[in-house]
Design a protein around this ligand. Sequence first.
Ligand code: ATP
Length: 359
Amino acid sequence: MPDLTLTKVAKSFGGNAVLHDLDLHVRDGELFTLLGPSGCGKSTTLWSIAGLHSPDRGTIAFGDRVVFDGGRVDVTPERRNCGVVFQSYAVWPHLSVHDNVAYPLKLRRVKRPARAARVREVLELVELGHLERRYPHELSGGQQQRVALARALAHPPDLLLLDEPFSNLDAKLRERAREWLRALQQRIGVTTVFVTHDQDEALSMSDRVMVMDQGRVRQVGTPEEIYHEPADEFVADFVGSVNVLSGRAVPGADGTAQVSLDGLGRPLTVPAGADLTGDVRLAVRPERIVVHPPGGVPADAVNVVTVKVASRAFLGDHYRYVAELGERELVVRTLTPVDHGSELIVELPPEAIRVFGPA
Ligand SMILES: Nc1ncnc2c1ncn2[C@@H]1O[C@H](COP(=O)(O)OP(=O)(O)OP(=O)(O)O)[C@@H](O)[C@H]1O
């Protein structure tokens, strides 16, 4: 399978720039996810790869085959050989499952016996072998989506491009569909670009994730890197939930890095080596904040503060609190309930804090 390289791809619609000199590289066989808020340019990127949009400039290459290069090269979608699946399943209602999946093979003039064999093979792959004779209206949403996937795979694609393929499925089905698709993708090893605005989907399925914002790349990394080492406040906030506290860098004792927050007596110690000057923003995920029982704070704990519970929500596997930290709010989690208005002793371990420049 080829890798995929986009170099300085730019696209505007009616004078509005949607992609700004976008660079991206998807490795051979990986599942690479474009993640970002609605309108950030994910679908435009995917459509440009498929050949359904022509960028204004830049280059797109599948392995060493250039499929787009400014105005000079623009290979048609059929010749790019991408399997594409959209959010709306776009299976043809008047064709049976078999005929939907056979269609791309028919277009390529694959002979009837070979076609029937490949349709059976690919329907087995998506676990729909027993529904070959059914029509789309006789299938569930999840099954229709698998027909769309089978059709995308029927003529083995060089790249598989998936644009929010699960967003019409209910939550339980979506979870199963992710696991199932990921396993299938690994089994066949097809280089895949997956578009979603759902962070859980991106984190759970991908080899690597590219976080986009307004047509620009914010960060590319493994799900763990994106979550634990967000490059900036946008990524920290978009992927998972995060507390952001504004403060000011102050010289710490013994060369430690410290940040003072208005209304908080002692400054907070932040990871050594953080590049600290002037106004900074501290990001800390709720689940990294340690809640100590009264009288149970370890002697070596740093950044211990007392907060007051302002609101509580029960979320099944944990409780989520909004607590008051001076004039600010701090979101904290616990496994057991704590009453509204009570005080919590919490620790913000330095290693759980990321420091960013001013917003
Ligand atoms: N054919 C078009 N004509 C005009 N504007 C367009 C066209 N296609 C996309 N846009 C605009 O380009 C921007 C990026 O759209 P795009 O669909 O790529 O975003 P997205 O990140 O995929 O969003 P979503 O998750 O909502 O699908 C949006 O502002 C959109 O309105």
